[in-house]
Design a protein around this ligand. Sequence first.
Ligand code: GDP
Length: 687
Amino acid sequence: MMMLTKKMIEIRSILQMVGQSNALVLPSIVVIGSQSSGKSSVLEAIVGHEFLPKGSNMITRRPIELTLVNTPEAKAEYGEFPALGLGKVTDFASIQKTLTDLNLAVPAEQCVSDDPIQLTISSPNVPDLSLIDLPGYIQVAGADQPVELKQKIADLCDKYIQPPNVILAISAADVDLANSTALRASRRVDPRGERTIGVVTKMDLVDPHRGASILDDRKYPLRLGYVGVVSKVPQQSSLFSRGSGNITNAITKNENAYFSSHPLEFGPESHLAVGTTTLRKKLMHVLEQTMAASLQGTSDAIHQELEEATYEFKRRILPRRKPGRLQALLQGIRRILRPPPGARAPQGRARPARAGLAGPTLLEQTHHGPLPPLPEVDPLSSLPKSDPDSLYWHRKLDASTSSLTKLGIGRLATTVVANALQSEIDRLIEASTFANHPFARQAITDASQGILNERFYSTSDQVENCIKPYKFEIEVDPAEWARGRSSATLALQKELKACDGAMKTVETSVGGRRKLRDVMAFIDRVRNGDVILEGDSASAGAGGAGGFSASLLARGREALFLRDRASILAMRLAATKSPQCAKPENRKYHCPEIFLDVVADKLTATAVLFLNVELLSEFYYNFPRELDLRLGRHLSPEEVERFAREDKRVRGHLDVIRRKEMLELVLRKMEGLKGLEGREGGRMAER
Ligand code: GDP
């Protein structure tokens, strides 16, 4: 049993997957010959089936890397196209059809392609062999073929007949060997005839004497010799064997009949090698020897490749192991959920310790911003007096309070927090390597959105329910009041400062304080009725009035508004600071801004509490689990691979790892072969 070849063929297939370097290619037998020299018939006789594309116009356009695997224990014969993933094809007619289709797929203008078709045939009747069938040489391109076809075929064959490959040069007996394109090509690359086997087909078509003299060739001596064959499928048997049954028997029977009918030339006494069976044995023997001879060289080359792959592996992959990217994302999310230093911890019901405080910062931010501009009031005198007992002011405050409590704070707060959370996650993804993974990106976004959507309504309902009591009655304790007082004071001070700033800007824009004072005094006089203008009032008049231009008057009105506003603010500031506003008892109508601040604070705190419990802690708890579900151990190995390969860099890493693993596997297998080689070598020497 040719164990070495079998193992080497196995290694050869693995190396094919590793690819690239020529040094990693184990020898194969390359079949060349002119068109119609009988090349296909020889290959089919070896395989025992008709499986190669036929037809008057069918030329092979791509190399076929044919691996024959002897399966002594099995009955089944089948072919496999590893690149196509068609599985085991037991019908050889469909193998023939697939090969024909693959050939036709090469565009005519490209003539031939050097992209090989890989085909493995497993059968108890085939020897372990690795053969490469190439397009047949043509003399002149046919009318419907491109003129460069001839050269392209020759170039393609030249590429494959390089060492360490064995050349199987097919020539027909009825053509003078001096004209054999195959032998001519082989002589160019193997001038001493050391790695070429000559096959002379169609021995039955010439006189036996002449046939014998061809095989005995002295003019073109080959160290591996010539073998004469009659590999044509006999007509009567091809009827029932075509495409399905094994044709080996029919061919050998026919062949034997021919050679044994000329015992003088081809009989046992003759030293000439004839017959397909002899050819098969020769091929196995030669391939085994060639493989054994290249074992050391290939093993050295693999060692070198492995060293490079290991270096690459260390360089690219080891330093990047930690932290896991998912881990990094989770850490990022933890960071945004972490309470800011000094924040008050909410009294949540469920998992309070895990809840963060993204809510308060966001909500408080909106609440403590500058006060909205006051509506432009008519002269102060038109308003009811500032009296804590006035019904007018009571209604005003009650309306403001209820517009706060009925704002729909549940929905509002949940939307703000959910949106902020989602955009933080988007930002984290963007900054992480997940940015290059459309699949992972989607999965992470879906995970967070899924939880946020799921929690949205219950959270906003909860918040809304819990603020319901405030819609009817709001009780304020002294501490709350004190906080509201300082916060309202601060807001009023800020606003007053802003007002002063705006006044300064107006002053500068009109060209000084005096000028502004004059125009303001004029408008005041108009308003008080001290000055009567003709036509429209001072506020109109495109050409101005009282010696002031229209734009100056507009500035003046702006300044008046600011002055009134500042005086209200100063008055309210004095009120909030006054002892009357120091305590909450029945003081809400005295100090409405403190009361409103307290209400807003209560609403915010309640919203924060429930956002923490209903949304954030749920999110915090479920998000890692959702991620795990979508990206973690529940992915199939194929999904993991697809996901990983989306990233160019990771793809590079994976290729390095795969390459390294394959090379290691091949080396282990080769080590095992070393002993085998010794034994087989000894056996071969005995033969
Ligand atoms: P390819 O073009 O080199 O692959 O040649 P084929 O194997 O297709 O053979 C060309 C023709 O020669 C076909 O008609 C075969 O039947 C015929 N042929 C092949 N081998 C032999 C043989 O040994 N004897 C005879 N008489 N015809 C053969």
